[in-house]
Design a protein around this ligand. Structure first.
Ligand SMILES: Nc1nc2c(ncn2[C@@H]2O[C@H](COP(=O)(O)OP(=O)(O)OP(=O)(O)O)[C@@H](O)[C@H]2O)c(=O)[nH]1
Ligand SMILES: [Mg+2]
Length: 385
């Protein structure tokens, strides 16, 4: 890796030098305002991971294809957010993959143009440090820009209030989700069934009179069915299997107030698979049902954005983060909160059914992000923090 410091009259001038010398693959490591001969200069430290990739070695820019809707606005005025959401796609279709790569390049240029608008001098040293830290933690440029704007808009001293507006939490507890049946969406092996069982067992432990129903709507998978049935029998949970609209309707309509219903779903494979399953199960327009997208920081941003797109449905209400114990950075919690506008509802940090899971809290998220501390590693995760 080649690391070099550049100085310019402002951020734009420094970035232009970086682009010229290191090319567009350069990564910004940090920036600060310095004084030289009585002048205030912007100093930016940049790195090139593979020094062979100098501008001369980079491929020439490709003409942008005016793809239908690919660069359209998200409607909320956040072009950076749109860029991230649109760019973070993956496909098996070679044409689409090319376009995704092209759009990734366009996004890079757009963000490079927007970035100079981040007047780092408007931030306090602590805020700058926090943003630089988050960047190293894997928070993407779109989320960093949103955070910067959120800080500047309110003139707050610390970064946490602005971060809290981007990464919202809604703990997965009966108090916060009354009269709700829960279903868990996500890629294969992410921990959907484990989350479901933990919640079911926890609900039974906390509210002894409550009827806890675990529903297997993933009839195609024998292993998952056996696991669910096994634990249901061992733990006195009510077990049901559904593979038709009628079955599903019967379970949901049959649940009375105070019952807790948890539904295991087929894993999200391709875009559109969920819509087909929804139609088959007749879930459109159902009330009292919340879907939670289960993700892990082990996925790349592109992969996570793919699952967000594949898991979008009318009931999607929160993000659950699993396998936190196996991850080494947590920037994707911020990226996906920003890209989805969904709150985080639960965190898991171990493979066992006992322990290893907590309802989300601000404190737990900040400790993960800033200290790499898992919820189980400190005494109390304050849900109100
Ligand atoms: N380390 C660690 N392992 C976990 C965590 N959550 C689940 N696991 C493990 O991940 C594996 C897969 O978990 P499952 O709950 O079966 O995942 P799933 O999403 O239901 O998988 P499919 O039904 O095959 O799509 C199991 O071995 C779990 O013990 C976690 O937070 N940390
Ligand atoms: Mg499963």
């Amino acid at each position: 890796m080649r690391v070099k410091t550049f100085r310019g009259e402002n951020m734009a001038a420094a970035l232009s030098q970086i682009r010229q010398e290191l090319g567009k693959e350069a990564v910004i490591l940090g920036s600060q305002t310095v004084r030289e001969d009585g002048r205030s200069l912007c100093e930016v430290m940049a790195a090139l991971e593979h020094p062979g990739q100098t501008p001369a070695a980079s491929p020439p820019p490709r003409p942008a294809k005016p793809a239908n809707g690919s660069a359209r606005s998200s409607g909320n005025g956040s072009s950076a957010k749109t860029a991230a959401a649109q760019a973070n796609t993956t496909s098996n279709n070679p044409g689409e993959a090319d376009w995704n790569r092209e759009w990734g390049e366009i996004k890079g240029h757009l963000l490079a143009l927007m970035r100079p608008r981040m007047d780092l001098a408007a931030l306090t040293p602590r805020q700058r440090l926090a943003l630089e830290y988050l960047e190293r933690e894997g928070v993407d440029e779109a989320a960093i820009l949103a955070l910067y704007r959120a800080i500047i808009e309110r003139g707050e001293d610390t970064v946490i209030p602005a971060l809290s507006r981007i990464v919202r939490v809604k703990p997965l507890t009966p108090e916060c989700w009354p009269d709700t049946a829960h279903m868990f969406l996500g890629p294969s092996g992410v921990g959907k069934t484990t989350v479901l069982l933990r919640l079911a067992l926890d609900t039974r432990r906390r509210t002894p009179g409550c009827r806890v129903v675990v529903v297997n709507a993933d009839a195609g998978r024998g292993k998952g069915r056996l696991l669910l049935r096994h634990y249901a029998e061992l733990s006195g949970l009510t077990y049901a299997e559904v593979d038709s609209q009628e079955d599903f309707g019967r379970i949901l309509d049959g649940a009375t107030a105070g019952d807790a219903v948890f539904v295991d779903t087929p894993s999200l494979a391709r875009d559109g698979a969920l819509a087909a399953w929804y139609a088959e199960m007749g879930l459109a327009g159902r009330s009292g049902l919340a879907a939670h997208l289960v993700l892990s920081p082990l996925f790349s941003n592109i992969q996570a954005a793919h699952y967000l797109r594949a898991g979008r449905c009318e009931h999607l209400s929160s993000l659950i983060w699993t396998k936190l114990d196996e991850a080494c950075n947590y920037g994707s919690l911020v990226n996906m909160a920003h890209a989805s506008s969904l709150p985080v509802s639960a965190l898991t940090f171990g493979p066992d059914l006992t322990g290893g899971m907590e309802a989300a809290s601000g404190k737990a998220v900040w400790k993960l992000l800033f200290k790499h501390q898992l919820p189980g590693e400190y005494p109390f995760a304050d849900a109100g923090a």
